[in-house]
Design a protein around this ligand. Structure first.
Ligand code: DP6
Length: 362
């Protein structure tokens, strides 16, 4: 079965976070908030940490939010609970998943000076186990809903920095459109900022799903191994140049330049993974077959490129005008179980309605 998702503009309209917004948050007695966030795909990857305790990445990274795919999360303060409760896609979660959310909530509770346990209800609109990482959209939505439910008035950079502690890539799902995650050498501050809005460029991400199983070695464990590869130092040393080329390619809407730097960056990250001790092989034969096909399709003039995260699924990014042709070709490739679609999308946002928080822009 092939599933596609509707255009992000079909999401309910809501208050949007603009760069450096300032909101005053008026809470009623129930103290609950609902937020929606999208996953993102990195053209320049985050892989390895300079400072693990503070989740400061070894290199800057650059991504695009993926509308059509989203996580919607409601956080409700409930002092009558003995401990936090996490409901994910209708199922109660315990163990490591719950602990990760609790540790993240502890950070928000400390900031707010309020120890209340919470009920977290979270839903993804993309199939669970589809091999699309949900930690970026998940922690971005949790950061925004959690901060609002606890009455924290955080500007976008602070919210992005907060989301990073849940999952590094989540900081890039807070701002909208095309985003850079940088660490300021002087202040040590590390958060993501938008450098072009989602309307800037009509791209599509056709995500070829080759495996629906959970990754054997998650990013957190994999990243700890990055430094054991002799290639990681060279990859990090060259990252500022790749960031510059990628940013320019996007600002100039130069697809060939974007393709060249995106593929180089993905290959470099996977070279580090494959040469770590122990080595990590995320590609499957079907992943390589798609990468090789993309190279042939480019010669035929199709504006496509590829990038892979810590798994076998291939993100085939193309100009929107080439999307139908790209989808047809991908569905014919051996081993492709499904193709999901994502489009450049806006920032994480609070949703009105069942949220009991009212926001006033000031
Ligand atoms: C390969 O953000 O999932 O997708 O900080 O450990 O939660 P943690 O890692 P995570 O890593 C994403 C790695 C990547 C590349 C990227 O998205 O930049």
């Amino acid at each position: 079965m092939h599933s596609t998702f509707s255009d992000p503009s079909s999401h309910p309209s809501s208050l949007q976070l603009t760069p450096h917004p300032s909101y005053s948050i008026l809470l009623d007695m129930t103290q609950a908030a609902t937020a929606l966030a999208h996953p993102n795909i990195a053209f320049i990857k985050y892989w390895g940490l300079k400072d693990a305790a503070n989740r400061i990445p070894a290199n800057d990274s650059l991504s695009m939010n993926l509308g059509g795919l989203s996580t919607r999360t409601t956080v409700t303060l409930d002092p009558s609970l003995r401990a936090d409760v996490l409901i994910l896609n209708g199922e109660r979660v315990s163990g490591a998943g719950l602990e990760r959310a609790q540790l993240f909530l502890d950070r928000i509770r400390r900031l707010a000076g309020n120890p209340s346990p919470v009920l977290i209800e979270s839903e993804n609109n993309f199939p669970i186990g589809a091999g699309v990482a949900s930690s970026a959209s998940g922690f971005a939505a949790l950061a925004l809903a959690g901060a609002a439910a606890f009455g924290l008035d955080l500007a976008e950079p602070a919210l992005s920095a907060l989301a990073r502690f849940g999952s590094g890539s989540a900081c890039r799902s807070i701002p909208g459109g095309f985003v850079e995650w940088r660490t300021d050498a002087e202040t040590g501050d590390s958060f993501a900022k938008s450098f072009a809005p989602e309307e800037h460029w009509d791209l599509a991400d056709c995500i070829a799903i080759l495996s629906e199983s959970h990754k054997k070695t998650g990013s957190e464990v994999g990243m700890r191994l990055a430094g054991t590869s002799p290639l990681q130092a060279a990859r990090v040393a060259d990252s500022a140049r790749r960031m510059r080329l990628c940013r320019e390619a996007i600002l100039n809407r130069d697809f060939n330049a974007l393709a060249a730097i995106t593929e180089l960056d993905s290959n470099l990250m996977h070279a580090v993974m494959m040469t770590s001790q122990p080595p990590l092989f995320y590609w499957q034969p079907g992943s390589l077959a798609i990468m090789q096909a993309v190279k042939r399709w480019q010669v035929e003039g199709l504006p496509v490129t590829y990038t892979l995260d810590a798994g076998p699924n291939v993100h085939v990014i193309c100009l929107k005008e080439a999307m139908d042709e790209t989808l047809t070709r991908l569905r014919r490739m051996p081993g492709v179980l499904d193709v999901l679609l994502g489009f450049p999308a806006g920032p994480a946002r609070l949703l009105p309605g069942d949220s009991q928080v009212s926001l006033q822009k000031v």
